[in-house]
Design a protein around this ligand. Sequence first.
Ligand SMILES: O=C(O)c1ccccc1NCC(=O)[C@H](O)[C@H](O)COP(=O)(O)O
Length: 213
Amino acid sequence: MSDPLVKICGLSTPETLRAAIDAGADFAGFVFFEKSPRHLGLEAARRLGPIAQGRIRKVALTVDADDAALDAIVAALAPDYLQLHGAETPARVKEVKTRYGLPLIKAIGVAARNDVETAGDYEGVADIILFDAKPAPGAAVPGGAGVSFDWDLLRGVTAKDWMLSGGLDSENVAEAIRRSGARAVDVSSGVERERGVKDAEKIAAFVSATRLS
Ligand SMILES: O=C(O)c1ccccc1NCC(=O)[C@H](O)[C@H](O)COP(=O)(O)O
């Protein structure tokens, strides 16, 4: 069986983007959400986009963004994927997909089995479902918290293409893959030396750990 795909999320510097590319990660996530410590401005996106181009799939992550914000982000980064990480409805996901003609990743917050089942609402609309830990009620930032959920909830999940996310690191990712059956994983906090600051060695260790799983 092929190695699991790896997405490193919340990259914001040329050095750590290159570290993700060199480690062999498949997706580079860029967070466009001002309340996040990983927020990437448009100017920085214009600088990082060409480094990633053709070397790693660029994912622009937004939270309930309107068309004007998405227009600016798409123009600055030229992403390969859009990741919608807010409360976007299936209708909104479809609208965004049609407007930009890009594959869509839709995040679903999971705390219980019925959360996993909501992925069915996005069937035929989202290209990839990203199962992440459900944010705490009233959380200002709905992702990247380094919190995991019960991976066994994903056993037998019927979504066609999906990623596992939430609280992963190089120590636990092999077990998370084994228990959930994931064929793609996403990480942010687990490859940081402090909140919002990515670490090249941790990125390499994380990718290696998925290859050994
Ligand atoms: O990472 C952020 O700061 C962020 C902000 C707003 C919405 C989503 C965000 N991250 C989403 C991701 O895809 C993270 O990689 C995912 O939540 C896992 O994060 P972690 O548990 O820290 O590995």
